[in-house]
Design a protein around this ligand. Structure first.
Ligand code: PLP
Length: 398
């Protein structure tokens, strides 16, 4: 056999083994704008799996701003930020983003990134080197895990339900640079990290607190500024990451922190320096999206979202499956083994309801779950339908 075929057959074997374990995943083609009602591979579905929490992704004003941004700045940025790709739209967006976090940081500045994945790699690799200690929550997002590895720092895992252990770990660290790194809203659980307690530990032990607020920005806090506003925190040791492709409905991410931290990222963050700046039109569209989030309409949308969350939690009547405690739009129903979880997902789809069936390795073994995400754009009737379908399914599932 020619060697290239043996290379391919190795991959074929590994793909077959994924299929055997029911871990093989499939792409689905969405043919309509991002919204609860979708056409997917020719099938009409109501989606409970997007992160478009406020329903802004297909908002006509945001779309119009994207068009206007393209007309004003062109389709692409043409270069990286430090060469000639940093447009007036990027600069303006960074000022707005810093203003949103102004009550929570000292001397705040924000830096825009193309994606949250890249922002997380940037923060961890620029702030932590070989001599640093990173303390990382067990349920952190893959991009934080990868950033910690890439930094070459020593990484220690902690869990949020044992903060006295984290206290001892921090006390025992002789590193001059210490980082505590956490998701604000755990993406497969919906629970919010105990940030006030974590910040107190970080201040006591002179550590940075790096907060990934991918699922909180736009959703939490009175003006939608996110988890720092939710808890009313303020510190120069906070390094805040918000993403802009979820509740903000567009794309990209940002880091907000003390201006000195941001200046260091501009000089050192490889995922900022060695990549083409994202299209200025994206930044321009985000200005419109941020104005909606921070204004009265944003507050109304967050209220609808909270109503939907309460409605779903009241309507689900589960005996064996378990609705995890969560006050955020992420509402997981824990089933356990892979097979019934997949079956539940398929059965919902047959009823026109699209809910992600999440399996290991995304979640720990034997903790497969339906991960429901809610949006302000859902209707009460859609939520009633979903809860009814899940209640009925649990009763017949063995
Ligand atoms: C989605 C997500 C990211 C990545 O952000 P992108 O902008 O999609 O790259 C990072 N962290 C968490 C917790 C996320 O959920």
């Amino acid at each position: 056999m020619p060697p290239e075929f043996s290379l391919l057959s190795q991959l074929d074997d590994q793909l077959a083994s994924l299929a055997d374990q029911q871990l093989h995943r499939q792409l689905r083609e969405v043919q309509t704008p991002t919204a609860p009602s979708l056409m997917v591979d020719g099938e009409a579905l109501i989606a409970f799996c997007s992160n478009d929490y406020l329903g802004l992704a297909a908002d006509p004003r945001v779309i119009e701003a994207l068009r206007e941004g393209a007309l004003r700045y062109g389709a692409g940025s043409g270069a990286s930020h430090l060469i000639s790709g940093h447009s007036a739209a990027h600069a303006q967006l960074e000022i707005q983003l810093a203003a949103m976090q102004a009550s929570h940081l000292i001397n705040p500045r924000a830096l825009f990134f193309s994606t949250g994945y890249m922002a997380n790699l940037a923060v961890l690799t620029a702030l932590a080197g070989k001599e640093a200690d990173i303390f990382s929550e067990a349920l952190n997002h893959a991009s934080l895990i990868d950033g910690a590895r890439l930094s070459r720092a020593r990484v220690t895992i902690y869990t949020r339900d044992d903060l006295s252990a984290l206290d001892r770990l921090l006390a025992g660290s002789a590193a001059t640079t210490k980082l505590v790194v956490t998701d604000s809203v755990f993406s497969m659980e919906g629970a919010i990290a105990p940030l006030p307690e974590l910040l107190a530990l970080c201040e006591r032990h002179q550590a940075w607190l790096v907060v990934d607020d991918a699922h909180g920005f736009g959703v939490l806090g009175e003006q939608g500024a996110g988890v720092l506003q939710h808890f009313g925190l303020r510190s120069s040791q906070l390094v805040y990451i918000g993403t802009l492709g979820k509740a903000a409905g567009v794309a990209g991410a940002f880091v907000a922190a003390h201006a000195t931290v941001i200046e260091w990222l501009v000089q050192r963050a490889r995922t900022y320096i060695y990549t083409t700046a994202s299209p200025p039109a994206i930044a321009h569209a985000l200005l419109t999206s941020l104005a909606i989030i921070s204004g009265a309409e944003g507050a109304m949308r967050r209220q609808s979202l909270r109503n939907h969350i309460q409605q779903l939690r009241d309507a689900l009547q589960l005996q064996r499956w378990r609705l995890l405690p969560s006050e955020t739009p992420i509402q997981p129903v824990l089933i356990g083994p892979n097979q019934p979880t997949l079956q539940a997902g398929e059965s919902l789809r047959a009823q026109g309801l699209w809910v992600a069936a999440i399996r290991p390795p995304t979640v720990p073994k034997e903790s497969a779950r339906l991960r429901i995400t809610l949006s302000a754009a859902h209707t009460a009737a859609q939520i009633t339908q979903l809860a009814g379908a899940i209640n009925a399914m649990e009763r017949v599932c063995v």
